[in-house]
Write a protein that binds this ligand. Structure first.
Ligand code: DLL
Length: 433
């Protein structure tokens, strides 16, 4: 099987460590001198750029979190002048404010490189037709895959998400060989293809690169059975670069992390101590080549473990296991990140409605559904049905505008939501991953 950049992907680990050290030192220097936030934090910890001599010194540095990105909204963590930024993406934050990320021209080139690795490790090359059904726009999925696809010389089909009938028609007519979308959409498409009457022999699909949300080995089997393809897991997050952080090769035994660009650590989310290889904990990344938005010890909240053994495919890059879940309350619904606190913010802005609510997540016909049950105030509950309905509609619209997801809203009578004695239960997730 082809390897896009065997120099880096199959490098002997001592050589790799040497490069990581060099790159980390440069990054620390860059953030110290260009980003006041990092300089202050390092000074408070009694550290200067000279304190970091090797990758082994990394643990001395403080962590960065999504809250830090929010507090520096929108651009204050950027390490270059805005004139150097050629692209901006964003994803949901814990409040109404999105998490904003910026790329220099070199960052876009790094991103294309790691995406070229991702696609090549899925067996794709210039002869392939890549149907990109991840969303294009502020979300990093569409454009991330797009640049990687062009870099390997494949024929890229930038169809974006949704419009299932057209997805299936073009998949057949153009002869798509690679499908890129969320795993839940892949399953939805599989069923829609079965119902469409199109025969499998009419399609040339051979592999899928699926990610942006958690999925299990069972889901993999179901997708592979129904679509008769290899289903590979790809992982990434906007803050670090987008997709392209880690991806499975055809041996399907863990996701290779592009650690010559993104240095991983696993920490205990309670004690914040670094855990030895093999143990499960929270994944933390330090970007060591990024220019626009370098991140030092960024807490992803994703739970996994690392495997440093050489892979059957020949790559020496460390592998992360499938993400087991998160150490915070973020939900991923149809690929959109959602924090319950975002819903709460919208509720608090409307009169007549209480902040007592329950979010019910389910998966019907392989598509995520979201329902919000919320209590209305006593006085308000006595109002006319038509008035209640108007407020319900307004709430539904406000939620859609601020979160970007359609949510079915149901009002319940005062005290209709069960009160918890301990931590409030805000979410019931009925999806079987
Ligand atoms: O989801 C980037 C991406 C796009 C990855 C397309 C893969 C394919 P965000 O919107 O910032 O970025 O969401 C990042 O999604 O912290 C994980 O919790 C979750 N996530 C992403 N990929 C996987 C995966 C993109 N393969 C957040 N398995 C991350 C489990 C994943 N969770």
């Amino acid at each position: 099987m082809e390897i896009w950049n065997s120099h880096f992907e199959c490098m002997e680990r001592n050589g790799l460590k040497h490069i990581q050290t060099e790159r980390l030192r440069e990054t620390v220097e860059r953030v110290y001198f260009n980003v006041p936030y990092y300089r202050n934090k390092m000074q408070q910890a009694g550290l200067g750029p000279e304190s970091i001599q090797s990758i082994d010194d990394l643990a001395k540095l403080p962590f960065t979190t999504k809250t830090d990105l929010r507090d520096n909204y929108p651009f204050s963590l950027f390490a270059v002048p805005m004139s150097e930024i050629v692209r901006i993406h964003a994803s949901s934050g814990t409040t109404g404010k999105p998490t904003v990320v910026g790329y220099t021209r070199n960052d876009i080139s790094t991103w294309s490189e790691v995406m070229a690795r991702t696609l090549t490790s899925a067996g794709a090359n210039r002869h392939d037709f890549i149907q990109i059904a991840y969303g294009y726009g502020l979300f990093t999925g569409g454009l991330g895959l797009h640049y990687g696809g062009e870099k390997i010389g494949a024929s890229v089909i930038p169809i974006s998400g949704g419009n299932t009938t057209r997805q299936i028609q073009l998949m057949r007519d153009f002869g798509s060989t690679v499908l890129a979308c969320t795993p839940s959409y892949a399953l939805f498409l599989a069923e829609a293809i079965a119902e469409s009457g199109i025969k499998r022999e009419e399609l040339r699909l051979k592999v899928g690169v699926f990610g942006a949300e958690p999925w299990t080995e069972n889901m993999r089997r179901e997708i592979e059975d129904k679509l008769k393809i290899k289903a590979l897991d790809i992982y990434g997050l906007s803050e670090v670069i987008g997709p392209g952080v880690a991806s499975e090769c055809l041996s399907q035994s863990g996701l290779h992390i592009n650690e010559d660009h993104f240095y991983p650590e696993i920490i205990d989310p309670e004690t914040l101590k670094v855990l030895p290889p093999g143990l499960t904990g929270e994944l933390v990344f330090t970007t060591i080549t990024k220019e626009g938005l370098p991140l030092i010890r960024y807490r992803t909240r994703d739970l996994t473990s690392l495997n440093y053994e050489k892979c059957k495919c020949g790559r020496t890059l460390v592998r992360m296991n499938k993400c087991l879940g998160r150490s915070d309350d973020m939900l991923i619904i149809r690929g959109v990140n959602l924090f319950p606190s975002q819903v709460e913010t919208v509720l608090l802005e409307m009169s007549g409605i209480t902040p007592h609510y329950l979010l019910i997540v389910d998966r019907i016909n392989n598509l995520d559904t979201l329902e919000l049950k919320v209590e209305v105030e006593e006085a308000f509950f006595m109002d006319k049905i038509s008035q209640l309905e108007a407020v319900r509609q307004k709430l539904q619209n406000n939620l859609e505008n601020s979160i970007g997801l359609s949510i079915k809203v149901t009002f319940v009578e005062p005290k209709g939501i069960v009160r918890s004695e301990g931590k409030a239960v805000r979410v019931v997730d009925k999806r079987k991953f």
